[in-house]
Write a protein that binds this ligand. Structure first.
Ligand code: DQA
Length: 153
């Protein structure tokens, strides 16, 4: 793993309410606890992790634009924007940064409007229904992806 690897964890609207928000779907961990857990893993692996959450599409898009050539991999839970945002999808495509899509809940077991994602067909992978562990699995995948990429350079 290159020491300089930079990973961005992006969380969309209402995920700042984790721990309080519909715990039967999203569990009891706060976003701060999830981010800290990933920061601990990142520190152990010697990679740089930046965590960002926003409730507005604009802030998420601008963060993605600022990541151009600055970030090697994105882990994103687009939250409700998963099902609505062509703009966020286009932002990810515009910077050409590989990403994994994460959902705490199994969206396919829920309402029909949650079954479609504007991200899944352009993501490297999708983690869905594993609760907060899904972020760890996605992080693990990001490390493997970047290590493989470094080998092939
Ligand atoms: C979510 C699933 C979305 O449908 C929902 O709008 C969210 C969270 C999840 O993590 O399970 O806000 O992305």
């Amino acid at each position: 793993m290159p020491k300089s690897a930079r990973i961005l964890l992006l969380n969309g609207p209402n995920l700042n309410m984790l721990g309080v928000r519909e715990p039967t779907h999203y569990g009891s961990l706060s976003l701060a606890a999830i981010e800290q857990n990933l920061q601990d893993l990142a520190q152990k692996c010697g990679v740089n992790l930046d965590c960002f959450q926003a409730n507005s599409e604009e802030k998420l898009i601008e963060k993605i634009h600022r990541s151009f050539q600055q970030v090697d991999f994105i882990i994103i839970n687009p939250a409700a924007y998963t099902h609505t945002s062509v703009a966020l999808r286009d932002a990810l495509l515009s910077v050409a940064i590989p990403f994994v899509e994460v959902h705490l809940s199994n969206v396919h077991k829920r309402e029909a409007f949650r079954h479609h994602s504007y991200f899944s067909d352009v993501a490297e992978g999708v983690m869905c229904g594993f609760g907060a562990k899904g972020y760890e699995y996605a992080f693990d995948f990001a490390l493997q992806y970047l290590a493989k990429k470094a080998e092939n350079v």
